[in-house]
Design a protein around this ligand. Structure first.
Ligand SMILES: NC(=O)c1ccc[n+]([C@@H]2O[C@H](COP(=O)([O-])OP(=O)(O)OC[C@H]3O[C@@H](n4cnc5c(N)ncnc54)[C@H](O)[C@@H]3O)[C@@H](O)[C@H]2O)c1
Length: 455
């Protein structure tokens, strides 16, 4: 993508808004006519994804997200689940109950990778297993959909990239939001110059509940018999059995990646998709453990600041992200992109575009027009664009998660490029992981986003 040129992009944007407005007469609700009007546009896909032949899959890590991933994957025509792997017996029993007694189950993911009847795996394990299982799966000739963040430590990214390249298999990281209609519309608006030059972006997550803060229920039957504890720890520090470290793994640094790896990574994926950015070069973090003092090793309030250097795709800009798990106002999430001529609030299902009418985006056209007109007409009233446009998905939209899986299986079937391959996934994970490094090392961390190296 070329760097945004404010004048030509403004022209493109006005043209696109005009086209959108024309559509409204058939597809949208009636619009307000006042100066502060809000226009609403429906987001929809032109055509559904098509299915050619069957793809046989297995799930590795049959917990909360792995199960949701599999349920979504099975909505794609032609996808069949053959096997599931987990380290807790309760999860394997649940999987059989859900998907049938003939589902093959195991505690050892390598058994799944050795099966010739499996084309692709979904990896829904805690973060500390993502790299090893992804690399092993790819090198065994399986396509893989790995949950975010792609890796647990920034040093692990190159191995996954190399395995994807060597295997030639399809690999998708699970930041599903970037495949949404909302993110696609935001990208289109951004590229058409709707907000002018990008200056600043911000995002946050706010939560205020025990489960929101990762205090999940511990199953009553959790024990060394029902949990394969040794295997769980086989790539990290050895310790005695501790169900908290197994079922609430996000709170511990050996397995999880804190709020940054869990949540910031979604915003990096969306922002990088919308702006075609490779990432920031400077990362600074602060925060603290303010409330959920349950023995966790990671902060429950985290503030991250990221400098994006000028790149081919975008001007230099700043990003600020925050997570607050102690938010008494009950919580919210957003990604806001602020430019010289407007701002966008972006979610997976909608985009609010706001323009500041005191800096009239039609100025260039008015100037041209008044040259053509008699001087006496120069005080003529102007047509103003809408102050706010709201783009919203149509009812029945299957959502970002479905789109991300459809995109993955298109890659598996047809060899097409996926939305979030290993390089993209690493560039999204790295600033999130470096944010943790900055917090724990108490220093500014430098990153080379082009060559993907910590400096
Ligand atoms: N994309 C999203 O929106 C989203 C949302 C939630 C979680 N996630 C990601 O999904 C992953 C799983 O999170 P979760 O909330 O489902 O956790 P979870 O604890 O509910 O599930 C993890 C499962 O992995 C199993 N497991 C652990 N080590 C394993 C191993 N070596 N082999 C096989 N199974 C193993 C556990 O027994 C557990 O059942 C994480 O990486 C998380 O970041 C993504």
């Amino acid at each position: 993508m070329k760097q945004t040129n404010p004048t030509s992009s403004r022209r493109n944007f006005v043209k696109k808004m005009a086209a959108g407005a024309a559509l409204l007469t058939t597809a949208g609700p009636s619009v307000l006519s006042a100066q502060n009007e809000i226009r609403q546009y429906w987001l929809a896909r032109d055509k559904p994804y098509s299915a050619n032949d069957n793809i046989q899959i297995a799930l590795i890590g049959a917990g909360g997200m792995g199960t949701e991933d599999t349920k979504t994957a099975l909505q794609i025509p032609g996808v069949r689940l053959i096997a599931a792997c987990d380290l807790y017996q309760g999860r394997l029993d649940e999987a059989k109950n859900r998907w049938g007694a003939d589902l093959i189950t195991t505690r050892d993911y390598r058994e799944i990778l050795n099966r010739p009847d499996i084309d692709a795996v979904i990896i829904g394990t805690p973060d500390h297993w993502h790299k090893q299982i992804s690399v092993d799966a790819l090198l065994k000739g399986k396509s893989a959909y790995c949950e975010k963040p792609m890796v647990h430590d920034v040093s692990e990214g190159p191995a996954v990239i190399a395995a994807q390249q060597k295997s030639g298999k399809t690999f998708q990281v699970g930041s599903q939001g970037m495949s949404s209609l909302g993110n696609e519309k935001a990208k289109e608006l951004y590229e058409s110059g709707a907000i002018g030059q990008l200056i600043y972006a911000e995002g946050f997550w706010a939560r205020n509940s025990p489960t929101g803060a990762w205090q999940y229920a511990i199953p009553k039957d959790a024990s060394p018999e029902t949990v394969d504890w040794d295997r769980y720890l086989s790539n990290t520090t050895k310790r005695g059995f501790d169900p908290l470290r197994f079922f609430r793994w996000r709170n511990y640094r050996d397995y999880g990646t804190g709020v940054s790896g869990d949540l910031f990574v979604h915003l990096f994926s969306s922002l990088h998709f919308i702006t075609s950015s490779m990432g920031p070069n400077k990362v600074m973090a602060t925060g603290g453990l303010r409330y959920w003092k349950d023995g966790r090793e990671v902060p429950d309030v985290l503030l991250g600041m990221f400098d994006y250097p000028e790149a081919k795709a975008h001007p230099a800009f700043n990003l600020s992200l925050r997570v607050n798990f102690v938010d008494g106002t009950s919580g919210n999430t957003y990604l806001r992109m602020v430019g010289s001529e407007g701002a966008m609030d972006v979610t997976w299902d909608d985009v609010y575009l706001r323009k500041n009418l005191t800096t009239d985006p039609m100025d260039a056209f008015m100037a041209e027009k008044s040259n053509e007109l008699d001087k006496a007409l120069s005080s003529r009233k102007r047509m103003l664009p809408p102050a706010e446009a709201h783009f919203k998905v149509e009812d029945g939209y299957k959502g970002a998660h479905y789109d991300h899986f459809a995109n993955f299986f298109n890659g598996v079937r047809n060899g097409t490029q996926v939305a979030e391959d290993a390089v993209f996934g690493y560039r999204a994970a790295a600033p999130a992981l470096l944010c943790n490094d900055s917090y724990f090392e108490e220093k500014t961390v430098r990153w080379d986003p082009v060559n993907m190296k910590r400096l």
